[in-house]
Design a protein around this ligand. Structure first.
Ligand code: 5GP
Ligand code: SF4
Ligand code: MG
Length: 470
């Protein structure tokens, strides 16, 4: 999911709509905006579908007045997967003795089932199937004197990954879980003279679109409370070593965002360079599976000296296939979205570079299309290690049995996909490419890489309760 918030600007809703539009790649099922206006109070609008279809009309924006607002774009990982109901669309809102608050959350609460059961037993009435709603009920039960105090207390009971953007009548709040699994950044908005405005966003590309200046990342375990008086920061949780999601670098973030002090594009190119060193092959053409494989393919081509070409062309008007929730839609999706550039492919030995293989659906279809177009050989090179474990921290990987790499060796996957060769970057190679010169330190890994290693930095307790074996 993507989260965004802004304070201290004339028309917060337009800023939030633009920010969410820039974060649309993080969630395409639904979106919502909450604003607060001193005269008329809180306003909320939550809708299914794209930001551009929902939050661009003057009427909708006029219904969201105020100088303070937050928003969320949703991609379902918890709750009722693939059948998002409007009641599951964020931000969520709660009314407390000291006023209202709205909350938008990116990540996954790994003890949400246990919390929900406990809260229901004590009288909470849940309105949605979302893990995020636990935060509101925990806040309601807190005895804290202020909303930020209550939020702090609530989040201390929550396990897993959370980057939260929240608001009260007068404050914009940003919090990141102690491991900093999901991203969250802070920007300043020049308002042309007076006090500056402030923005919180999942990625810096959402600051760029509103012309805000990127200041810094919210630190793991940090809470910022922003008001007319400026930005207040504190660290309410026990300090831990950061374990940022390494897959944000590989796939999830937009290439024009900055993560960990470096452009995601540059990181992806470096991954391609590393991949070419680890897994060279003789061929005529390096071709990305667009768009997610493109920067890595450019790096691979540069390092190998093999010409780069757009052998597959993407229809820009389809969403990310993966986000479409049912198997059937996903199967069709590949052809609706990607087409082979036959003139370029015919008779060539082609290296296809993609970011990841999950179920293998995409790779299989693409291989068929490339062979139909007359390719002489097809070699897959993958910019991440085999995805052998599900993610419980906010990325929608399927259950373990559906992951190709959970049940097959690399050679078996190659045969299953029917390609001439298949190689994945090593986990050490990936770490080198993201800037850890020494590779992965198994005693103190610098990132979360659980979907590749099975080394979960937070025990997924709800899943373990349900019988998931580590
Ligand atoms: P597959 O077809 O193997 O199941 O999916 C792999 C494709 O899904 C890749 O091209 C990748 O770009 C895309 N993808 C989209 N979202 C995700 C995600 O959340 N996780 C992973 N691993 N791949 C994803
Ligand atoms: Fe990211 Fe994978 Fe960790 Fe999930 S399990 S947070 S996708 S590295
Ligand atoms: Mg892809």
């Amino acid at each position: 999911c993507g989260v965004f918030g802004v304070i201290g600007v004339a028309d917060a809703a337009s800023f939030v709509a633009l920010g969410l539009h820039a974060l649309q790649h993080r969630g395409q099922e639904a979106g919502g905006i909450v604003t607060h206006d001193a005269g008329t109070g809180f306003h909320s609008d939550r809708r299914m579908g794209y930001v551009r279809d929902n939050f661009t009309s003057p009427e909708v924006i006029a219904g969201l007045p105020g100088s303070l607002g937050i928003g969320h774009v949703r991609y379902s990982t918890a709750g009722h997967k693939g059948q998002t109901a409007i009641r599951d669309v964020q931000p969520f809102f709660g009314e407390f003795s000291m006023g209202g608050a709205a909350v938008a959350h990116n990540g996954n609460i790994t003890n949400a089932n246990a919390l929900r059961k406990e809260l229901i037993a004590r009288g909470s009435i849940f309105q949605s199937s979302s893990d995020t709603e636990c935060i509101i009920h925990l806040m309601a039960r807190s005895m804290g004197a202020t909303i930020p105090d209550r939020m702090e207390e609530a989040l201390r009971k929550v396990e897993g990954a959370f980057s939260v953007v929240a608001m009260t009548r007068t404050k914009l709040i940003g919090v990141r879980d102690p491991l900093g699994v999901r991203p969250l950044v802070l920007g300043r908005i020049d308002t042309g003279g007076g006090a500056p405005g402030w923005a919180l966003a999942s990625e810096t590309c959402a600051l760029d679109i509103i012309g805000a200046t990127y200041l810094r990342e919210i630190a793991p375990g940090e809470m910022v409370v922003i008001s007319d008086e400026g930005v207040e920061s504190h660290f309410p949780f026990r300090q831990k070593r950061q374990r940022f999601c390494i897959f944000e670098h590989v796939y999830f973030s937009r290439p024009d965002s900055i993560q960990g002090g470096r452009s995601v594009y540059e990181t992806r190119e470096a991954i391609g360079v590393e991949l070419a060193k680890e897994a060279p092959v003789e061929a005529d053409l390096v071709c990305p599976v667009p768009d997610s494989g493109t920067p890595a393919a450019i790096g691979y081509a540069r390092q190998s000296g093999i010409p780069y070409g757009m052998g597959i062309v993407r229809n820009q008007y389809m969403g990310r296939t993966f986000i479409e929730p049912t198997e059937q839609i996903r199967n069709m999706g590949v052809r609706l979205k990607l087409n082979v550039n036959r003139a370029l492919i015919r008779g060539k030995r082609v290296i296809l570079v993609d970011d990841s293989v999950v179920r293998g659906t995409t790779s299989r279809k693409i291989k068929e299309m490339i062979l139909d177009a007359g390719a002489a050989e097809v070699h897959f090179r993958i910019a991440s290690p085999p995805t052998a474990w599900p993610c419980f921290y906010g990325v929608d990987t399927p259950e373990r049995s559906k992951l190709l790499a959970a049940t097959m060796s690399e050679d078996e996957m190659r045969d299953h996909l029917g390609v001439d060769s298949l190689r994945f970057i090593s986990l050490d190679g990936l770490y080198r490419a993201v800037g850890e010169a020494g590779g992965r330190d198994p005693a103190r890994p610098a990132y979360c890489d659980a979907c590749f290693s099975g080394d979960y930095p937070v025990a997924p307790s709800d899943m373990i309760d349900r019988g998931f074996e580590l």
